[in-house]
Design a protein around this ligand. Structure first.
Ligand code: GLC
Length: 754
C-alpha cells in the first residue's frame, strides 16, 4: 500500500473537497481550481499501473461483438486495471460493475460508463442524417436531451456522439450517422447535439444526474473515405481539411464537448489515432481542447495493419505520444505502457497528463461524490419512453420528412391524401417493418416498439379500406409476391409504396457500390405504375439513393429516412396533410453513383459545364446536376422569395452587413419554410466554391402571409485559407444567394473593399 498516511489524507480531502465543491457550483463547461487540486492529490497517490488502468476502456457483457470481448474484464475492474466500461447499461448492471471497482480497488476511483447513444437511448429518434433534414437545431438539441435523460437514468455517463463527420459520398454507410455534406449546417447541428447531451441549454453541469458527456467523433475526416468504402484512406489538402471537414468538430468542442474519439482512418499519411498534427497541434494547441481523447474500437491496434508500426508496443507508443488518452478495447495501453515507460519510450509525465484529463472529467461528472448516482431503478423506469419523450420523437420524425416531389395528376396533387379516401393499398417490404424504422446505431432501442407505416396509416385512416401487400423483399430477386401487390393496387384509390434499404444497409461497415433501391423493389414500382393508379413512393433509407426512374415517373416521392419509434405516425400525418412537410435535404441526391462525389459547394473549374461545348467539365451520358439538390424540399403550400436587399452595397473587409429578403406563402395553407443563405466569392486568390451556406432560418407562414428575414454576413463568414494557408478576407465581389434550396435562389452582389 503506497503512502498509507497520504492515502488517509487524500480520502479525508476528498470528503472535505467533496462536500464543499458540490458539482452544482462548477462551471458548465470548464474545470476549476478545486477539481484541479483533487486531480493532483489523487494522481500523486497512484501507481503507474493504477494510472494505466484509468486509460483503459473495455466493453462489457452487453458487447454486441461477443467473441472479441476480453473474458476477464471483471477481474481487471476489481484490480483497477480498467477506468471505463462501454456497452454496459441499466441502473442495476452498471451499479453491479461499479461496486466491483469501488469495493475492490485501493483508491476506489469510480468507473465511467459509455455507450453509443447516437439517436436515442430507448426512445428512438430519426437517424441523424434524417433529423438533419429538419434544419432545426432546437429540435436536434431536444432529441439529444431526451436521449441523455434516458441514458443517464440507465447508469450511463458518456455517449459516443455526436458523430459529426462530413460526408460527400453516399456509398459510405456512415453518412447516415452525421448531418450531411455541409460544414455550416453540420457545425450548427453538432453544437446543438452537444448542448442537448450535456444539458447546457438548461444550464446544467456535467455532474447533473440526467446529462451525459458528449464525445465528438470520428476525429478526423473519417467521412472522406476514398470510394465511400468504410475505413478507407482519406487524403486531402490542409485547406479542404480545415474548410470542409474540421468545422463541425470545432463547433462541437466550442459548444462544450469534453471528449473526442480518434478515427480509424489514415489522414494524409498518418492514422488519425497516431496523428500528432490532429490530436495535439490542432486539437489541443490550436483549439485549446481541455477534455480527453478516446480511440475508436481497437484503432491503436489497427495501426499495425496500417503498416506504420511493427507491433503493439510501437502502436501504443505512437498513440499516447500523439495525444491519445484512452484505449478503447485494444488492451495495448494495459499491456504495453508500463514497459514503454521503463524503456523510456513514453514518459510518465505523458501518462500523468492523460490520466489528469480522464480524472478531471470523472470529477466534473461528480462520480466521486456520487459513484452510484445513476443506480435508481425506479427513476430509470420513470424516465424512459415517457409520453413526453415519445412526443419529441414524433415531432422530430415529422420534421425530418422531405417531400421530394408532388406533381399534379389530372390537375390535382396526389398529396396530401383526401380524408375521404376509400381504399389505400400499402405495399412494399418496408410498409410493415418495425425494426427497420430504427435505422443504424439504434443501440438499446427496441424495434418492436416502433410504429410501422402500415400501423400508422390504419390509425390515421380508420374509415379507409387499407390493403396491405409486401410485394417483395428488400434485397433479393424474388418476384413471387408481385401479383398480390398488384391486385391490392388495382382495387385501391391510391398506392403507397414503401421501398428502400434495411437498417443494416447503412451505418458502420455498410458501404454500397450501388446506391439504387436494392433488390427487385424498383421492378415492383414500375409494375405498380402500370396499374394507372396514383402511386406515392415513400423512401426509407439511411443514405441518398439514386432513383432516376422513380424521379421521372412517380408523381409523389417522400423521403422518410428511418424515423425511429414514431415513424409510422409521422409519415401518416404527412401523407394525410395533418403535418405540412418542411424537411430540406442536408445532402445531395445524385442521379447516378457515377457522379459521386457530387456536392453543392463544388468548385467552378477552368471549364465549367457548357452543354454546347464538348470540351467542358461534364459527362457524355448524364447531366452534372443532382437528382435532388442540397437544401431541396417541397411543401403542400408554395413560397415566393422577393426583394433581396443589402443593408449597404459595399463593405470593408472588417465590416459586416445585413441581408434581407421577403418570403411569402403563396399557397392555401400554413407551412414552414427554411430559407437558405449562400455566398460565392467571385474572384479570390484561391478558387472558391460556387456556393457556400452561411445561414438558414426557419419561418412559419400562414397562407398569404409575408415575412422579412434578415441574415448577417460577417467577416468570419467571408474568410478562407489563402495560398499561404492564412485565414483572410479578400476584397472583391461576393455573390449573395437566398432561397428555398441551393438550386433555387435570388441573387445580388456585395462589394468588399480593403
Ligand atoms: C465503433 C464505431 C464508433 C463507436 C465505437 C464503440 O467501431 O466506429 O463510432 O462509438 O466502435 O461502439
Amino acid at each position: 500500500m503506497r503512502h498509507p498516511i497520504l492515502l488517509l489524507a487524500f480520502l479525508s480531502a476528498m470528503l472535505l473537497f467533496g462536500a464543499c465543491s458540490s458539482p452544482e457550483k462548477r462551471s458548465t463547461t470548464g474545470t476549476n481550481d478545486a477539481i484541479e487540486q483533487r486531480v493532483d492529490s489523487l494522481l500523486a497517490l497512484m501507481t503507474l499501473e493504477e494510472k494505466i488502468g484509468q486509460l483503459t476502456l473495455y466493453s462489457s457483457d452487453f458487447d454486441v461483438t461477443g467473441p472479441t470481448m476480453r473474458s476477464g474484464y471483471l477481474d481487471d475492474v476489481k484490480s483497477g486495471k480498467v477506468g471505463a466500461i462501454f456497452n454496459a447499461f441499466t441502473a442495476a448492471f452498471t451499479t453491479k460493475i461499479q461496486k466491483l471497482a469501488i469495493e475492490n480497488t485501493r483508491l476506489k476511483i469510480p468507473l465511467l460508463f459509455g455507450y453509443d447513444v447516437i439517436h436515442g437511448f430507448k426512445t428512438a429518434f430519426p437517424v441523424p442524417l434524417g433529423e438533419a433534414a429538419s434544419w432545426d437545431t432546437a429540435l436536434c438539441a431536444r432529441s439529444a436531451r431526451v436521449a441523455a435523460v434516458e441514458a443517464a437514468a440507465a447508469g450511463l455517463h458518456w455517449t459516443f456522439a455526436p458523430m459529426v463527420d462530413i460526408a460527400r459520398d453516399p456509398r459510405w454507410g456512415r453518412i447516415t450517422e452525421g448531418a450531411g455534406e455541409d460544414p455550416h449546417l453540420g457545425s450548427a447541428i453538432a453544437a446543438a447535439r452537444v448542448r442537448g447531451f450535456q444539458g447546457i441549454n438548461e444550464g446544467k453541469t456535467l455532474a447533473a444526474n440526467d446529462v451525459v458527456l458528449a464525445c465528438v467523433k470520428h476525429f478526423a475526416a473519417y467521412g472522406a473515405a476514398e470510394a465511400g468504402r468504410d475505413y478507407n484512406t482519406t487524403d486531402m489538402s490542409d485547406r479542404v481539411l480545415r474548410e470542409i471537414y474540421l468545422p463541425p468538430y470545432k463547433a462541437a468542442i466550442d459548444a462544450g464537448a469534453l471528449s473526442v474519439m480518434s478515427a480509424f482512418n489514415e489522414l494524409n499519411g498518418v492514422p488519425a489515432t497516431g496523428n500528432q498534427y490532429l490530436l495535439t497541434d490542432i486539437l489541443r494547441n490550436e483549439w485549446k481542447f481541455k477534455g480527453f481523447v478516446v480511440t475508436d474500437y481497437t484503432s491503436i491496434n489497427e495501426m499495425i495493419p496500417h503498416n506504420v508500426v511493427a507491433d503493439s508496443a510501437e502502436a501504443g507508443e505512437l498513440a499516447i505520444n500523439a495525444g491519445v488518452d484512452m484505449d478503447m478495447q485494444g488492451g495495448i495501453f494495459q499491456f504495453q505502457l508500463a514497459k514503454l515507460v521503463k524503456q523510456g519510450r513514453v514518459s510518465e509525465s505523458t501518462i500523468n497528463e492523460a490520466v489528469r484529463r480522464v480524472l478531471r472529467l470523472k470529477f466534473m461528472l461528480g462520480l466521486f461524490e456520487a459513484p452510484y448516482g445513476r443506480s435508481d431503478t425506479t427513476r430509470e423506469r420513470e424516465r424512459t419512453m415517457t409520453p413526453e419523450h415519445l412526443e419529441v420523437s414524433l415531432d422530430a420524425a415529422r420534421k425530418s420528412i422531405v417531400l421530394l416531389k408532388n406533381d399534379s395528376l389530372k390537375g390535382n396533387a396526389i398529396l396530401p391524401l383526401a380524408s375521404t379516401i376509400k381504399t389505400i393499398a400499402i405495399v412494399g417490404p418496408l410498409a410493415d417493418s418495425k425494426r427497420d424504422m430504427l435505422g443504424a446505431w439504434a443501440g438499446a432501442c427496441d424495434g418492436n416498439k416502433c410504429i410501422s407505416l402500415l400501423e400508422g396509416m390504419k390509425k390515421r385512416f380508420p374509415q379507409a379500406n387499407i390493403l396491405y401487400a409486401k410485394g417483395c423483399n428488400i434485397n433479393d430477386d424474388s418476384t413471387n409476391a408481385f401479383n398480390a401487390a398488384l391486385q391490392a393496387a388495382s382495387k385501391a384509390d391510391v398506392v403507397i409504396a414503401a421501398l428502400g434499404e434495411t437498417s443494416e444497409m447503412s451505418g458502420e461497415a455498410a458501404s454500397r457500390s450501388n446506391i439504387g433501391i436494392p433488390g427487385v423493389q424498383e421492378d415492383l414500382l414500375k409494375k405498380l405504375a402500370t396499374t394507372g393508379k396514383p402511386v406515392v413512393l415513400v423512401l426509407m433509407n439511411g443514405r441518398p439513393l439514386a432513383i432516376p426512374w422513380a424521379a421521372q415517373n412517380i408523381p409523389a416521392i417522400v423521403e422518410a429516412w428511418f424515423l425511429g419509434t414514431r415513424a409510422g405516425d409521422a409519415i401518416a400525418e404527412v401523407l394525410a396533410g395533418d403535418y405540412n412537410p418542411s424537411g430540406k435535404l442536408p445532402v445531395t441526391f445524385p442521379r447516378s453513383v457515377g457522379q459521386i462525389p457530387l456536392y453543392y459547394n463544388h468548385k467552378n473549374t477552368g471549364r465549367p459545364i457548357n452543354p454546347k461545348d464538348k470540351y467542358t467539365s461534364k459527362y457524355l451520358d448524364i447531366q452534372n446536376t443532382p437528382q435532388f439538390a442540397f437544401g431541396h424540399g417541397l411543401s403542400y403550400t408554395t413560397f415566393a422569395y422577393s426583394a433581396l436587399r443589402l443593408e449597404k452595397s459595399s463593405i470593408k473587409t472588417s465590416e459586416q452587413v445585413r441581408v434581407s429578403i421577403d418570403v411569402q406563402n403563396t399557397g392555401t395553407r400554413e407551412g414552414v419554410e427554411t430559407a437558405q443563405f449562400y455566398i460565392r466569392d467571385l474572384v479570390a486568390s484561391v478558387p472558391r466554391p460556387v456556393q457556400e451556406l452561411r445561414g438558414f432560418q426557419k419561418v412559419v407562414l400562414k397562407a398569404g402571409e409575408t415575412k422579412t428575414l434578415t441574415f448577417t454576413l460577417t467577416p468570419e463568414d467571408l474568410m478562407f485559407y489563402n495560398r499561404q494557408m492564412k485565414r483572410v478576407v479578400e476584397p472583391g465581389d461576393i455573390k449573395i444567394m437566398v432561397g428555398g434550396s441551393s438550386d433555387n435562389t435570388l441573387t445580388t452582389t456585395l462589394k468588399v473593399t480593403q
